[in-house]
Design a protein around this ligand. Structure first.
Ligand code: AMP
Ligand code: GLY
Length: 419
């Protein structure tokens, strides 16, 4: 069973399905757009008692816990206590994403490069600090905040507002009782997902997310409007430096803390003038990074996941194609603000990599939009330019009158390649 119901989970399910050992795949909850690939159960991804009950009554052999919330809440611990092997970190290890104060402390203690920072639990102290720190400054809620807990304050007024809304108005609930205030870094961003079982760490092909809603990196932050892989800023030299200074030290640090991480560890990196630094860790596959990374995986995902769970990742075959991939996300007009649901989605059957993130089946079985980000379309090709062209050709074939997408996914990466 796969916990979750978005585009990332659809990409994971499609890949797992390539292995004949995966006889029946359940998604908890899944969504109406995935029903050709798995059985959607409607069990909520954050309803841990219902997830455990489902696993027991359906004799589940293996569970993949994909989203941050259930991981941080301890879903893996509960399932493993019932003897169900899992892919994903336990609660003790998922804290690497669940608490920014923890992850910053970890990096400081183990000399892993990251932005300089201070942590505050008292609002008055945080407010005093933003009166004297360098501007721009970055303010982060400690806990999970549905990807919205980061403010880049360009002025002191914005910084004060961010501190107030997190610590006084509690717009992120308890997640903002503690805030991390950190140095603003500059440079291209790179996402690297890595399989690790605590003994071995294998980075996957790198990728680049596009977080802003509109072309030219304008507009509000979103969950991600598209991705390309590989990321041209992640050169071989950078990759080597990351492995030595960031990836392995993080795995070892977690072991030393008694929090061995098993699953997919996501490194959000910034390639600064002083070298690569960690912007954030996630305890899971990225969305929509997964939608470009997994189509390029040429070995067996389920087999890798089983090895991770058993602590034998060193024996697994993990290989990637040397092609490039581009994923364009179709979202409902208005996203990430308010938007209409229930609009028809028409998807040609011959598209190879269509990942449905927000959809449900209507009364006549037709597919209807049911979320902000609705569909991710990925294409692979020998060059990035071709992958981008193919992805946009495919996106234009999808019927979604109320949808929009960015027109410039991959353009920054192309320019970097040409430079
Ligand atoms: P997150 O929600 O942690 O993924 O952060 C959202 C985005 O904020 C990141 O992708 C970066 O673009 C930006 N960001 C986070 N921390 C910093 C920082 N210290 N300096 C500059 N930008 C940052
Ligand atoms: N695409 C960013 C994330 O999954 O956190």
């Amino acid at each position: 069973m796969v916990i979750g119901g978005g585009g990332r989970e659809h990409a994971i399910i499609k890949k797992i399905k390539e292995n004949p050992k995966a006889e029946t795949i359940y998604a908890l909850p899944g969504n109406g757009g995935m029903e050709d690939d798995c059985i959607c159960t409607g069990v909520g991804a954050e309803d841990l008692p219902a997830i455990v009950e489902f696993a027991k009554t359906h004799a589940i052999d293996f569970a993949v816990v994909a989203p941050d919330d259930p991981l941080v809440m301890g879903c893996v611990d509960l399932l493993e206590a019932e003897g169900i092997p899992c892919f994903g970190p336990n609660k003790e290890a998922a804290i690497i994403e669940g608490s920014k104060a923890f992850s910053k402390e970890l990096m400081k203690a183990y000399g892993i490069p990251t932005a300089a920072y201070e942590t505050f639990t008292e609002m008055e102290e945080a407010l005093d600090y933003v009166q004297e720190c360098k501007i721009p400054v970055v303010i982060k809620a400690d806990g999970l905040a549905k990807g919205k807990g980061v403010t880049i304050a360009q002025t002191r007024e914005e910084a004060v507002k961010a501190v107030n809304s997190m610590m006084e108005d509690k717009i992120f609930g308890d997640s903002g009782s503690c805030v991390v205030i950190e140095e603003y870094l500059e440079g291209p961003e790179v996402s690297v997902l890595a399989f690790t079982d605590g003994n071995t760490l294998v980075p996957m092909v790198s990728s680049m997310d596009h977080k802003r809603a509109y072309d030219g990196d304008q507009g509000p932050n979103t969950g991600g409007m598209g991705t390309v892989a590989p990321n041209p800023y992640y050169t071989e030299a950078v990759a080597e430096q990351c492995a030595e200074e960031i990836f392995l030290p993080t795995m070892i640090a977690m072991n030393k803390e008694g929090r061995t991480f098993k699953g997919c560890l996501y490194f959000g990196l910034m390639i600064t003038a002083d070298g690569p630094k960690v912007i954030e860790y996630n305890c899971r596959f990225g969305d929509p990074e997964t939608q470009v990374v997994l189509p390029l995986l040429t070995s067996d995902l389920l087999d890798i996941m089983l090895h991770v769970s058993e602590g034998t990742l060193a024996e697994a075959e993990v290989t990637f194609s040397d092609q490039a991939a581009c994923c364009v996300v179709l979202a409902s007009k208005g996203y990430p603000g308010s938007y209409e649901k229930g609009c028809p989605l028409e998807i040609p059957e011959d598209l190879a990599h269509v990942f449905i993130a927000g959809a449900r089946k209507g009364e006549q079985g037709q597919l209807l939009s049911n979320g902000g980000r609705c569909i991710g379309v990925t294409e692979c090709a020998d060059t990035l330019a071709e992958a981008i062209d193919k992805a946009y050709t495919s996106v234009k074939r999808i019927g979604f009158e109320n949808g929009f997408y960015r027109n410039d996914i991959g353009q920054r990466a192309l320019k970097a390649l040409e430079a």
